[in-house]
Design a protein around this ligand. Structure first.
Ligand code: IMP
Ligand code: MG
Length: 185
């Protein structure tokens, strides 16, 4: 049996709540923040979120990878860099999930050193808080998950599968076996 973690309705409530925080911060302000989506996982989350933001903003994308299957490889690569110059800009990194925190710590450092933005804030859909290994706290969080569960759906993938599912769940062992067959593992 799969275990539902976030239904479509709960995801909708989370994006509404987070967008209203950003609306309070940026509506009628003379600032155009840059929302940076961490590909590929955060794409559904960011695209739902920005539709509810009622102020001028710019979006951009980076891709960082460190995971293979359900395990972190611990090695981080920047696969795709920004296309906008964020020097002196207010930046909000939109991430699907923070686990050990290694990926975002690397990304935040990289962006700070390379582009010198005015400020970087972090917004994530799910925070696996107990698994943190580095000193990094998100500024905006959808859900704090206190157990070490591997999630799929709504951007979260099992070797690239399931990103299109409109809710977040923990797959059953049977389901993982089926995906492994599809993936010829
Ligand atoms: P961290 O560097 O350990 O914080 O890992 C963060 C990255 O690992 C995220 O950007 C996700 O892409 C991926 N990740 C972590 N946990 C999960 C999960 O439960 N399902 C799918 N991807 C995950
Ligand atoms: Mg990710």
């Amino acid at each position: 049996m799969k275990e539902l973690i976030l239904s479509s309705k709960q995801i909708d409530e989370i994006t509404t709540k987070l967008a209203s925080k950003f609306n309070d911060l940026y509506m009628n302000k003379d600032v155009v923040p840059v929302f940076i989506c961490v590909l590929k996982g955060a794409a559904p989350f960011m695209h739902d979120l920005i539709k509810k933001c009622n102020f001028p903003l710019i979006i951009d994308y980076v891709q960082v990878s460190s995971y293979s299957g359900t395990e972190s490889t611990g090695v981080i690569h920047l696969k795709k860099d920004l296309s906008e110059n964020i020097e002196n800009k207010e930046v909000i990194i939109i991430e699907d999930i923070i686990d050990t925190g290694t990926t975002l710590k690397y990304l935040k450092n990289y962006l700070n050193i390379t582009y010198k933005p005015k400020d970087i804030k972090i917004c994530c859909l799910v925070d696996k808080k107990p698994l943190r290994k580095v000193d990094l706290e998100p500024d905006y969080v959808g859900l704090v998950l206190n157990e070490a569960k591997f999630l799929v759906g709504y951007g979260f993938d099992y070797d690239e599968l399931e990103r299109n599912t409109p809710y977040v769940f923990v797959p059953s062992e049977d389901q993982i076996d089926k995906w492994n067959k599809i993936l010829k593992k």
